[in-house]
Design a protein around this ligand. Structure first.
Ligand code: WT7
Length: 656
């Protein structure tokens, strides 16, 4: 673990007040209102969450205990019965809302579909009946490996409806990565598509599924349900694979939502850590429903007529919480887009905003930095006046990018919510409430009511204002992950023991460095572990190292992040070779491609540096601090006295 440093963070003084007309009609209207809510929640978190759960959600049966906290294991709304698909669909089938658009979808080639709440309900019921017909029962795991098409959201809601546990795998992951997740989750059925559109090309998803399932380790998978999207030819295995368009006409649209226990698992989502293979983050039903519901409502200040667009992929937690579950639970209109800005259509995001009169736009800093590079002319050529609120997520946003977003996209009238959270937290924990909290470019500002966030040292003591420390949470919240799938010990070790529990009091360790300024605003400084963030995608350096050493030419590999203007961080791999191989450009290319095959294109190293040895301590530990410095092109200073062979450093610097 590395020490958080504060030098890298600008001391930003600009302050932006929420616009008065925005505040007037907002859910939370002033700093005083926020403060009151915060204090109320802090004084009695259980009462705060229970009141919201009662007001905001439909329960088949009320809970008897709000929180059962046996650190680090939490249960929320114990013995409550609830179904998140019911809360996202059935309860909106009122005369006023049934014909409102629930999902607006734009495909990359320009096709488009809209589902009203009534239509989406019908589709989900049919899909749920399809899953049942293929042998899926409550508690079974269903893999979802899909492009950004409506059926991805429909499949998730269908699983939730019958109590099957979904595990969505981002469509950009390779067959190998998919296989690992299917094996770990003991998945029984995979939902996929023939292909998906990605930057004017077809990604052959079903081919990847075929490859993944060729491995006998995936024997738990009995069926594959295939949605037709691209008319891509694919080999269908007769006893295993079923076309959705052939099954659909045979299915009834009547499928009551299964009353689930609050603590029944809703989904598993794999994410990278600093050690070992990706871990299955487990989220359960009741607490997750409440937390995504109320954070979406207050942070995006949802109003009845909003058209809300989050540009994430449903393969990530952002897509789960803030494309599907949060917006739909609120009865909002959620827009889903298959495409991405690309050379043939760099202005596509602005076209989508203009076409659908999007009012709330939520994207990642890496995307904003790319827009800056593409120039102001593209967004200025479109009418973006429908926008009233902007959001960012995934990595720290540099103040210059914030200012550009504010000026060029927000027309200087839209508040910006910089939202800090993680796959593990289920929903946003630190963020402005746009009608209440003045913003500072580059700061995620203040904790959401009910979130006792803190900046601490490794003893768990709160550090002083403007001192760097570790971001931590002092009390459980309803949306928090419950465990690592199949590995409760890893859950305890990774999140609850870095900061030693004191008097039975446990503190959640987020893995991020942070500082809190004199106004109590949080400034997130990036990961303090061996996790890197490349274009908003989270990757474990060990995962990439394992991928590299699985290539016959590689003896040893050490992967670090280096600062990158567009992506935030880029991947640099230091590699030593087996005796019979020599470092050539062709081999460098081959190794990059090998990582793509093992993990996916998001993990492709930007640079491979061949070395004759890696810098190690006398006890054999790779000195990553040195490698990070070398990768960033810094002069290596500081203590190198523990380095075993000083010559290694000179040779690396010279780039052998
Ligand atoms: C890591 C979590 C949950 C959103 C998508 C990423 C970084 C996330 C911010 C932000 C600074 C941020 C952190 C965090 N991060 N949002 N607003 N400011 N850093 O989810 O893949 O689980 O990654 O993303 O480092 O730990 P994830």
């Amino acid at each position: 673990m590395s020490e958080p440093t504060i030098e890298s963070v600008l001391h930003e003084a600009r302050l932006f007040q929420p616009p008065a007309d925005f505040s007037q009609q907002a859910h939370i209207k002033s700093l005083e209102d926020y403060q009151k809510l915060y204090d109320k929640a802090k004084a009695n978190p259980e009462a705060f969450w229970a009141e919201l759960a009662e007001q905001e959600l439909h329960w088949f049966q009320k809970w008897d205990t709000v929180l059962d906290w046996q650190p680090p294991f939490a249960k929320w709304f114990v013995n409550g019965k609830i179904n998140i698909s019911y809360n996202c669909l059935d309860r909106h089938l009122t005369p006023e809302r049934r014909d409102k658009a629930a999902l607006i979808w734009e495909g990359e080639p320009g096709d488009s579909r809209t589902f009203t709440y009534a239509q989406l309900h019908e589709e989900v019921c049919r899909f749920a009946n399809g899953l049942k017909q293929l042998g899926i029962h409550k508690g079974d795991r269903v893999g979802i490996y899909m492009p950004m098409i409506p059926e991805a959201a429909i499949a998730m809601l269908a699983c939730a409806r019958i109590g099957a546990i979904h595990t969505v795998v981002f469509g950009g992951f390779s067959a190998e990565a998919l296989r690992d997740r299917m094996v770990d989750g003991k998945v029984k059925l995979v939902v996929t598509a023939d292909g998906g559109w990605r930057k004017d090309a077809i990604v052959p998803l079903k081919e990847q599924v075929n490859k993944a399932l060729a491995d006998p380790a995936t024997a738990s998978v009995e069926k594959v349900l295939v949605v037709q999207r691209t008319q891509q030819a694919t080999e269908m295995q007769a006893d295993r694979d079923v076309w959705w368009h052939e099954l659909e006409p045979t299915l009834s649209a009547d499928c009551p939502a299964e009353p689930m226990d609050s603590e029944d698992v809703l989904f598993i989502l794999y994410t990278s850590g600093s050690t070992g293979k990706p871990k299955g983050v487990v989220h359960t039903t009741g607490g997750y429903n409440l937390y995504t519901h109320i954070t979406t409502q207050w942070i995006f200040d949802l109003q009845a007529t909003d058209v809300y667009w989050c540009t994430a992929d449903v393969g990530w937690i952002t897509g789960h919480s803030y494309i599907v579950y949060g917006p739909l639970s609120n009865g909002a209109t959620s827009l889903m887009y298959e495409g991405a800005p690309r050379p043939s259509n760099p202005g596509c995001f602005w076209d989508v905003i203009e076409k659908h009169k999007v009012t709330i736009f939520y994207t990642a800093p890496t995307a904003i930095r790319t827009f800056i590079k593409m120039g102001e002319d593209l967004p200025k050529a479109r009418d973006l006046s429908s926008l009233r609120l902007l959001g960012t997520v995934g990595e720290p946003i540099n103040p210059e990018a914030w200012m550009w977003y504010h000026r060029v996209i927000g027309g200087e009238r839209c508040p910006i919510v910089d939202t800090w959270w993680q796959t593990e937290t289920g929903g946003i924990l630190i963020t402005p409430l746009p009608g209440a909290i003045p913003t500072k470019p580059g700061s995620a500002t203040c904790p959401f009511p009910g979130i006792l966030a803190d900046v601490v040292d490794l003893d768990g003591d709160t550090v002083g204002n403007n001192e760097g420390g570790y971001l931590a949470v002092r009390y459980p919240w309803p949306g928090m992950m419950r465990t690592v799938y199949g590995d409760p010990d890893r859950f305890r070790r990774t999140y609850w023991e870095h900061i030693p529990p004191k008097d039975g009091h446990y503190t959640y360790f987020a893995g991020d460095g942070a500082r809190r300024d004199e106004d109590g605003y949080f400034w997130i400084m990036g990961r303090v572990d061996d996790v890197i963030n490349v274009a908003g995608h989270r990757l474990g350096t060990m995962e990439i190292e394992s991928a590299l050493v699985s290539h016959p030419a590689v003896a040893e590999a050490a992967v670090v992040g280096k600062p990158d203007e567009l992506k935030g961080q880029d991947i640099v791999a230091f590699v030593t070779l087996e005796g019979s191989f020599s470092p050539t450009e062709a081999l460098g290319k081959e190794l990059k491609q090998h990582v793509v095959k093992e993990i996916g294109a998001i993990a492709r190293p930007g640079e491979i540096r061949f070395a004759d040895a890696l810098p190690k301590t006398r006890s054999g530990k790779i000195m990553r601090r040195l490698l990070r410095g070398l990768a960033a092109g810094e002069e290596i200073s500081g203590d190198t006295s523990t380095l075993e062979d000083r010559g290694v450093l000179d040779r690396l610097r010279e780039g052998t």
